[in-house]
Ligand binder design. Structure first.
Ligand code: HEM
Length: 144
């Protein structure tokens, strides 16, 4: 999830992105998510007992994305394709909720970069979760 036009380490420092800021927004966001009517139930179903582990994992994830630290070695796609009942509108709600936490916890200079990354990842997760080649095949009578 990086590209040639991604900011450098110096740019991150200028934007105020560091581990402390990541921990702050991850904690804020998942506190909100935990009690959110739409997003909360996806987490309660399986993981109240491992909530702190999830927060550590998400700090590592955002550290890898925003600071390129390589600290995350999870597999986001299967974690989301296995969720039952996930709607496309849930992703929009996730992004709106996430942006509120980012604006509450992070310097204004960092908001566009963090939100750009969140949108890119949300798009790719949606592609994986909602991609239905079998439906396309039947509809357009494709051979393969
Ligand atoms: C509708 C929106 C979303 C819902 C309901 C959702 C829900 C979840 C749940 C329940 C898990 C825990 C799965 C498990 O450990 O068994 C999870 C893991 C995770 N989510 Fe999401 N998520 C959403 C969107 C996103 C987005 C947009 C991102 C990134 C920008 C993201 C990043 C992650 C990551 C990195 C993990 C850890 C994956 C792993 O264990 O390797 N999620 N999510």
């Amino acid at each position: 999830m990086t590209s040639a036009t991604d900011p450098s380490a110096q740019d991150f420092a200028t934007m105020g992105i560091d581990e402390a800021m990541i921990k702050k927004f991850v904690t804020h966001f998942y506190n909100v998510v935990h009690d959110d009517e739409i997003l909360g139930p996806y987490f309660h179903k399986q993981m109240d007992a491992t909530w702190d582990e999830h927060l550590d994992k998400m700090c590592n994830f955002w550290s890898a994305i925003l600071l390129k630290t390589n600290r995350f070695n999870g597999r986001p796609m299967p974690a989301h394709t296995k969720l039952t009942g996930l709607q496309q509108s849930d992703f929009l709600h996730w992004l709106i909720t996430f942006e509120k936490s980012i604006k509450a916890c992070c310097p204004a200079t960092s908001v566009p970069h963090i939100m750009k990354k969140a949108h890119q990842i949300a798009n790719s997760l949606q592609y994986g979760v909602f991609y239905r080649p079998d439906v396309m095949k039947a509809k357009y009578q494709l051979d393969e």
